[in-house]
Design a protein around this ligand. Sequence first.
Ligand SMILES: [Fe+2]
Length: 290
Amino acid sequence: MWRHSHGYQYHPDLGAAGAVIADLDIDKLTADQEWEVYDAWLKYGVLVFKRTVSTHEHQMKLSRVFGETVVHPLEHLRIPEEPMLIRIAANDGKTVEPDDPSGDELIGQIPWHADLIYTDVPARGAMLRAITIPVEGGDTGFIDTARLYATLPTEIKAKIQGVRIVHSYEQAYFLQNMSSGRSTRFPDVAHPLVYVHPENGLPVLNISPNSANRLIGLPQEEGKELLDYLIKHATREEETYRHVWETGDVVVFDNWRTIHRAYGHLKKHPRVMFRTTLKSEMRTGEYLAA
Ligand SMILES: [Fe+2]
């Protein structure tokens, strides 16, 4: 069902998570439209914009509808025209020669995670804009963690109240970053396993499988079993909205109530995205002593 509202199109159901907004005129964005769009974001967690953004300026203006943007810590990814935007190019933007056998390697796969969950203040959200799409692959998956909580059995909901989940940067990112020459480290950080989203009141299963290491608040064996169970619950294909990109698509996700993954693509196919990151003030994590 498409609803026409203020001249743009709105499709409120992408299945597992999200809604589509098409043909929004960014140059003539009104305060009413901004509220509608923000409201839809709180309601669905993931918004896909079609035929809406064609310049960096548009992307910045649309990003600011969702909050304050932040400068990305990785300086080499920033672009000179707009410091809040980063350019993410697969294979560091290098072309793979047709006779190079490594062209058939799968690259760019990132397992299920929430952004910056390995810090004490995870990101509020992020906006991705597709510039160059691989001929095949390169999809991004999203799962609604409010829905993950809602669909847990009652006895599990009762068991996980007050439990904390420890995220390990070491486990998820350190080796991978070392191989690309970066050696940043973060200590383990504990977050509540369940919290109420402050803006829409939804309880959220705050799980980010890639760096989830252990639970605090349960006997060790029981915690281990429960974490395995929750990770299985949180990574089911049928709960996934899998976005197949088209050039110009923009996707903005609420990092407080979604997790995402990158499926990867063949190295010989270029993939370029521009991204903004939305700032959060919500400190949910506590660093643990090493
Ligand atoms: Fe991410």
